[in-house]
Each structure stands twice: as structure tokens, then as C-alpha cells.
Design a protein around this ligand. Structure first.
Ligand SMILES: [Zn+2]
Length: 342
């Protein structure tokens, strides 16, 4: 990456209203069959154009290719029954109806590889592609076959590794694994979570990232955050292990969050995607607010390792708000670049 402070997003952007109901998570598609395939690609190109118009350096598909960041991947696996749905509590926080694992899991076909190649053909910019992490996958399922969270996580890690290698071969520059579950299940993270993540990222020819956040701005998450006290020290549990890991980039939440910024010191040496945009508020940050967050982060991360980013995905936000936030992110990063150059 030649740009100093390359801007990027943690993941999703809002979908156009002709493709899916806006401001809704897990929103069902409004199209089907060939029309849906075409609509998703049109939306991907729009998301790309909006990121580039707003000055985002490391671009993505804006997750226009998926209904949900975990379930769309799982839908393409053998061994998962989508008719046999059970209600489980996700990340100890909210209930959702999820599919069941009913037999050995395997990847039936590449899931996002064609979409990634399509994005690659339309831009020269570095591209980042998000996949769910193994622990977050098992947390979004009911397991009626393996009877062991760890065993199922290792199976998913091997499947993710196949997909990630093909994404890299298709020209993806950064494969990012989303692991919000790392902020909840600390014992599992230490015992096998980071190891399973490294297995998913093993042998990749591109850079690898892990995204750990406090979630979308939905009610269940907002209520959970109220229980976390005045200082959110969850990263303290996982960062020392991640600092030792083979993962190149850590994506974390920062702006408007109660995460003490000095915790960034725990992953010194890694590249950091620092969240300088709050996804739980429709208020658009000023460039100066973005710059202030990045300036604080620079006390704990070297400038050549800082990637200004969003706290999490922006799928549930109004489209105009998300776009304005992208612009604020770029403008804030530019303030800092000028300061560093001066
Ligand atoms: Zn997130």
C-alpha cells in the first residue's frame, strides 16, 4: 500500500432500495433468479463507485453480494439444513432463528470468488474481501452433528481457507475475517479461537485481517453496550494473543466507543484498521472529529501501519448517511496526512 493512511471500511454498505429493504438487517432480496444475480452485481458497481467518489483507498464490494455476513456463506455449504431452523442466542445477546448443522460440513462450490473477480476487473485499487471467522460462524448456527464448538470451528477454518486462497488468486489484496464473537467468548479465543483463525488464513498469498467490533447499531447491541461499564476492556483479553498471531491487520472499534485507546499498544507491530466512524449513529462525523480519533491512535500505532476505517459495517444506515460518513473519513485522514507531511 503506497498511500499513507489508506482509508477503508470494516465491511458492509447500505443496499439500494430496489435490491433489499433499506435500514434492515438480514433484509430479504427484492429480486430473484437471474434478476437477483444481475442486481447484486449492479449494486456492487454502485458501491465501488461511491467508495471511490468519496476517496476510499482500499475498496470492497460493500457486501452487496450477501444477505447477511455469516448466513450467505453458510448457505453454500454441505451439511447445513436451512429448513431445520432453531432459535439460538447469538453472542449471548439476542435470539435469532438459524440453520442447523446436520452432517459433515464441506464447501459445495466457491462462494464469493466470481464476485471478487468481477470487482477486480472493475478497479485498479487494492481490494479487501470479508469472510466470517470460524468462531462467529459456529455462533450463528445450531449444531446437531459435531457436539463440539471447537471441532466444528476447525472444520469451518479449513473451508474458509479454501475460499480465501481462491479469493487471493482472483486478485483480492486483503482477506478479512469477521470475528465479533472474539469480544464475547474469551476462554474459547485463547484456547482455540486464534489458532482456528490462523488456520483459516494459512498460506495465503495476500494480506489477512481480523475485524473485532461491538456490532451494528441495532437495539440488542446498544442494550448490551450499556452493561459493559464506562471502560470497554474486552480487547485486553484477545489482543496479546493476536499480537503473537500470523494475522497481519487488526480491525477495531474506536470513535464514540468506550474502548480505552491505550489498548492499541497491545497489538504494537500489527497494522491497525482504526474505527474513526461510529456506525451506531446517523450523525455524520466532521473531518476534524475523524482526525482527532486518528491522532489519538497515532500515539500507539506507527503512521505507516494505520488504516483509517469505520467501526463496523454500515448496512443498517440510510444510504445518504453512509456515503457522507465515507467522505468524512477521507477528509479526516487527509487532515492527518498533511500534519504528518508538515
Ligand atoms: Zn463489526
Amino acid at each position: 500500500m503506497n498511500t499513507l493512511l489508506p482509508t477503508t471500511t470494516a465491511g458492509s454498505l447500505p443496499k439500494p432500495s430496489w435490491l433489499a429493504q433499506p435500514e434492515t438487517l438480514w433484509s430479504p432480496w427484492k429480486l430473484e433468479g437471474e434478476e437477483l444475480a444481475e442486481g447484486r452485481r449492479d449494486a456492487l458497481l454502485l458501491a465501488l463507485a461511491e467508495q471511490q467518489a468519496e476517496g476510499i483507498d482500499v475498496v470492497s464490494d460493500g457486501e452487496q453480494t450477501r444477505q447477511h455476513f455469516v448466513t450467505t456463506f453458510i448457505e453454500n455449504l454441505e451439511g447445513v439444513d436451512f429448513e431445520d431452523r432453531r432459535t439460538v442466542t447469538i453472542r449471548d445477546r439476542y435470539e435469532a432463528s438459524v440453520p442447523s448443522v446436520v452432517g459433515p460440513v464441506s464447501r459445495r462450490r466457491p462462494v464469493f470468488v466470481e464476485d471478487a473477480a468481477f470487482l477486480r476487473r472493475h478497479t485498479e485499487a487494492p481490494i479487501k474481501w470479508a469472510l466470517p471467522g470460524p468462531m462467529t460462524m459456529i455462533d450463528t448456527l445450531y449444531d446437531a452433528h459435531y457436539g463440539s464448538r471447537e471441532e466444528l470451528a476447525w472444520e469451518f477454518a479449513a473451508i474458509l481457507n479454501q475460499e480465501a486462497k481462491e479469493l487471493a488468486a482472483a486478485g483480492v489484496d486483503v482477506v478479512q475475517f469477521d470475528e465479533p464473537a472474539f469480544n464475547v467468548f474469551f476462554d474459547d479465543v485463547k484456547e482455540w479461537g486464534v489458532a482456528a483463525l490462523e488456520r483459516a488464513a494459512e498460506g495465503l498469498s495476500c494480506e489477512t485481517a481480523v475485524h473485532i467490533c461491538y456490532g451494528y447499531g441495532i437495539e440488542a447491541n446498544t442494550n448490551w453496550k450499556k452493561t459493559l461499564g464506562s471502560e470497554w476492556r474486552q480487547y485486553e483479553e484477545t489482543f496479546p494473543k493476536l499480537q503473537q498471531s500470523s494475522i497481519d491487520i487488526i480491525s477495531l472499534e474506536c470513535h464514540n466507543s468506550h474502548v480505552p485507546v491505550e489498548l492499541l499498544e497491545l497489538v504494537r507491530g500489527k497494522k491497525l484498521m482504526v474505527g474513526a466512524i461510529d456506525v451506531a449513529s446517523t450523525e455524520v462525523e466532521t473531518p476534524e472529529e475523524v482526525a482527532a480519533t486518528l491522532r489519538r491512535a497515532l500515539e500507539f500505532v506507527d503512521a505507516d501501519k494505520l488504516w483509517p476505517s469505520t467501526n463496523c459495517g454500515m448496512a443498517p444506515l440510510p444510504r445518504s448517511v453512509a456515503r457522507a460518513k465515507l467522505g468524512a473519513l477521507s477528509a479526516g485522514a487527509e487532515i492527518l496526512r498533511r500534519e504528518l507531511a508538515g
